[in-house]
Design a protein. Structure first.
Lengths: 358, 358
């Protein structure tokens, strides 16, 4: 995933330097929000606290604020709100994906079962909206509500298109625009809007966020195929096991020779029938033909064969080039903003997204 | 469940007469909210539309508004919001309970699987908050956000206490106060608050809603044990299968003779191990020791034995008397409100909750 010719990316500490204190403030607000008087809920909250590692979305919101005029008292609150929405989707995504590992820790569903994971996601969503409605203006609540609706639609489209080998690149881009780019755009949107920026500046930062979000998801999907589990910190091959077509696979199906295409189609369509080993923390032992993260460790042959087939093609390079194009679009949206350390960090963050290995 | 000596209850049409036009308005807002440009999501929305039969919560909100001073433009919006929150919890509850039937229709999880049901619940929550933030004041968003948090905590406490035969009546009341009474109280609270009622009136209507919500859940739990599936319109015996102790069972365990207690404990602790038949609409066949609604049809012996044991005791009558006490508390909270058709309907609604068979 390292792209030659890219500038050396900065560390997260460097990227976040201009907004370090505000980010710390957002972290405190988040921690305060995740206190429950119910002991068991508190345990779950502490566990979920491990998942927000990079705080990418809060950092983007605060950098956008600073690049657009300056951080105001609403911004750390909004930064905590977007992270809560993100955490809620992570917890529910892990239920949808039957994932076992998230940021090197066991998922909520893995440890406490799907029921608690569904409720914990609802709990995080509710906190996001509750915190958002503590602000004087309704603007953010309206935007965050619409963003959450859009994200659900994206996820529903994705689940509905599982196993659809005819998924087009355009449909894929529509799905990732909704499920991922919408929230990244909202971070930049709210950052700029609450800095009282003019309409053109808000528009530019929204465009930046949208393009960055698309690049982020394409890279994420690439890492699922080509990453190292130890580096990425979560189960890999999930898209393959869930029958979700991502950009390299869509490209390969479109451009491969008839022979390769048949081989790939056969591999993608092959059901996984090995029984799963019983997992701790679940009330029920289960035999399942579902495609799970657990299988990526226990029966990784199909996933490896698909990854190898894609490595032999130019489809990984194609997906990387699309991600790079979106990063360039993102960076060019920043061009007309007044120069500032925050603007430079946003630009560097785009490079970071492209070069990241986790 | 018919309680002798109670006044004859009115039909829903009679109960809702003073707010019929406003309720119709709320229904339209709800329908408008549940339109999606994504075809599949629209299908799900149409299906979920079947679940809001009685519109009990919107009706309570509108009646409280009218009893407290009069319905204003915000009220139909708020009525749609509380119904959306309620629908979201229903859809997620059916995932938690692995339920198959809801209001005589198949559940979302039964038809489309858990993944779509989790997302559909999130979608409904997001719409609730989005619609709520269309109001000028943040007050409702703040209250609804806090209510959603409380409801999640109640559900989490309930799931965490499954299989706990030592659950006390106090713990049970705390759970149902959070998972059910909180939203009913919020309906009455927002109805009164947005009618610009004075503090004492808001307090009285909140107290009414809280007590009514408690009675409602106790009756719901009684119907799960004693109802007729054809009348209730959903799978029965779910609490037993899920190991959730409800008021009659808690009372029986506390008061039964040692012999009966042993019999009941044995029945409650008995695992259900019959394999479930494969169900249509799921991508995967499954063998499971989970306790599901499907089993209530396929292997209802344990449930029937427990219900029979409770019928022989005075535990059903005890639970009914507790529900009746809460209905009386609710009605007495209305005593100091100025007389009005709406106040009379709220009082009749409390009787309706006690007498309902579905």
């Amino acid at each position: 995933m390292r792209i030659d010719g890219q500038p050396e990316t900065l560390s997260l500490a460097d990227l976040y330097a201009p907004i370090a204190a505000d980010l710390q403030h957002a972290r405190r607000l988040l921690a305060d929000e995740l206190i429950s008087d119910h002991a068991f809920t508190s345990d779950l909250c502490r566990h979920v606290g491990q998942f927000h590692g990079k705080m990418l979305r809060p950092a983007l919101l605060l950098l956008a604020a600073q690049a657009a005029g300056g951080v105001r008292p609403e911004h750390p609150v909004l930064a905590a709100v977007v992270e809560l929405v993100h955490l809620a989707t992570l917890v529910h995504d892990d239920v949808l994906d039957e994932a076992d590992i998230r940021r090197r820790a066991a998922t909520v569903n893995r440890l406490w079962g799907n029921q608690h994971a569904v409720l914990m996601g609802d709990f995080l969503y509710s906190h996001a909206f509750h915190l958002c409605s503590s602000l004087q203006s309704q603007y953010a609540a309206r935007v965050v509500g619409q963003t959450a609706i859009t994200m659900c639609e994206g996820e529903m489209m994705q689940v509905a298109s599982r196993g659809n080998l005819a998924l087009t690149e355009r449909e894929y881009m529509d799905i990732i625009a909704r499920k991922t780019a919408a929230l990244v755009e909202t971070c930049c949107h709210l950052g700029a809007q609450y800095a009282a920026a003019d309409e053109a500046t808000v528009r530019r930062l929204r465009d930046f966020g949208h393009a960055l979000g698309l690049a982020f998801q394409i890279v994420d999907d690439l890492l699922d195929l080509t990453g190292q589990e130890a580096e990425v910190g979560k189960s890999l091959g999930r898209d393959v096991y869930e029958g979700e077509l991502t950009l390299p696979v869509i490209h390969a199906l479109r451009t491969a020779s008839p022979g390769e295409r048949t081989r790939l189609t056969t591999l993608l369509g092959q059901p996984d029938t090995t029984p799963l080993p019983p997992r701790e923390g679940l009330a029920e032992g289960r035999t399942s033909t579902a495609l799970t993260g657990a299988r990526s460790a226990s029966d990784p042959r199909r996933y490896r064969q698909i990854a190898a087939l894609l490595r032999e093609s130019d489809s990984l390079a194609y997906a990387e080039s699309v991600a790079r194009d979106h990063v360039e679009t993102a960076k060019s949206a920043l061009a007309d903003l007044p120069p500032s350390p925050a603007r430079d960090r946003l630009s560097a963050m785009a490079d970071f997204v492209l070069a990241r290995r986790q």
